[in-house]
Design a protein around this ligand. Structure first.
Ligand code: SF4
Length: 342
């Protein structure tokens, strides 16, 4: 089946009664403004979809904290488009404590197929220090009511929040796997101007992750997701001009995912070259789409391997028959193969 085109509607802070310490939706999502009208929804679906099936997605804010009349208005606008086939599915994001059984039933009746929950952490100490205003138990309940309605549930996690640690981030991930999410987004915490977190950082009571901390941590998380079969549909915030101007501190990088994927490939290269004498020349084969991640940004993986191990990578070649997450290394002493999840 053709993958639907995602038509996003950003509802920003609309509906959100909270101010989490890290949040300034306008800067983070790069969008401001009110809720779309029915006419705006219809024209966006037609303009983006251009005859292709569409997934309408309400991002940002807390959809199910909007007044019910507004939720109805937005979802009702989509019904004719669902019936004529131009909208194939509807997704939205919300907070775990803004979903009860009745609300999940309402979403189901309006054709919502998937909900992304802003989980952020499964550690109550981290949630409290971050001003989230909900607990890990709320997340467990939200997954349960969505599961009962047959609505797919995804989760967002934010390693590096106040009170967080590497162990707590990894433990949150394990606890989320128990809830069987269909997808994950991982957003390492950034200090954004104008937020409470920026004040905490300025007064010295919050220390964000550095990029050097975040890359190996996110690599551990991504590897765990690959092993658990949970797709990570986003890693790191979408770069926008307003976000780049507003980040004061933290592990910001416009291509964070590529750094993290590169870290996983470096670990595999290290593992497969263990025991080779310094100066050994090795050629590498991988799936063509993986070459740039295997090589790393600015050939970082090759120079790191040379520096640490003395191994000389003579070339990285694309092999259409290679499985996506595997490498084959050939050197004078023979051939060795392995995969990221081995
Ligand atoms: S619940 Fe979401 S939209 Fe509301 S303040 Fe927190 S992060 Fe921002």
């Amino acid at each position: 089946m053709t993958r639907p085109v995602i038509v996003p509607f950003f509802i920003s802070h609309q509906g959100c009664p909270h101010r989490c310490v890290f949040c300034d939706q306008e800067r983070i999502a790069g969008r401001t403004g009110g809720l779309p009208t029915a006419a705006e929804i219809h024209s966006a679906v037609k303009a983006f979809g251009r005859g292709r099936p569409v997934e309408a997605a309400f991002y940002g804010g807390t959809f199910t904290s909007l007044p019910r009349s507004e939720q109805e208005r937005l979802l009702t606008a989509l019904q004719p488009l669902r019936h004529d086939g131009s909208v194939r599915s509807v997704r939205l994001s919300t907070r775990p404590d803004a979903l009860d059984a009745e609300t999940a039933g309402f979403l189901k009746s309006m054709g919502v197929a998937s909900v992304e929950l802003g989980v952020q952490s499964m550690d109550d100490r981290v949630l409290a220090a971050s001003g989230r205003g909900h607990s890990a138990a709320d997340t467990v309940r939200a997954f349960e009511v969505l599961r009962r309605e047959g609505i797919a549930a995804g989760a967002q996690l934010m390693p590096g929040l106040p009170g967080d640690s590497r162990e707590r981030s990894l433990d949150s991930l394990t606890r989320i796997f128990d809830l069987k999410p269909v997808s994950l987004r991982i957003y390492p915490t950034l200090v954004v101007a104008g937020t409470r977190l920026a004040e905490l950082w300025a007064e010295g009571s919050y220390t964000p992750l550095t990029l050097a901390d975040a890359v190996p941590l996110c690599a551990d998380m991504l590897l765990a997701c690959k092993r658990a079969g949970v797709p990570v549909i986003r890693l790191g915030l979408q770069p926008t001009d307003i976000l780049e101007r507003s980040v004061l501190a933290g592990p910001w990088h416009p291509a964070l995912r590529q750094l993290v994927e590169g870290e996983l490939w470096y670990r595999l290269l290290e593992r497969l070259t263990a025991g080779l004498a310094a100066g050994t020349e090795v050629s590498v084969a991988c799936a063509p789409a993986r070459i740039s991640d295997v090589v790393g940004q600015r050939r970082a993986n090759l120079s790191r391997l040379l520096e640490r191990r003395g191994t000389v990578i003579t070339g990285v070649a694309g092999c259409p028959a290679a499985a996506p997450d595997t490498l084959t290394l050939t050197h004078a002493g023979g051939t060795v193969a392995g995969g990221l999840t081995d």
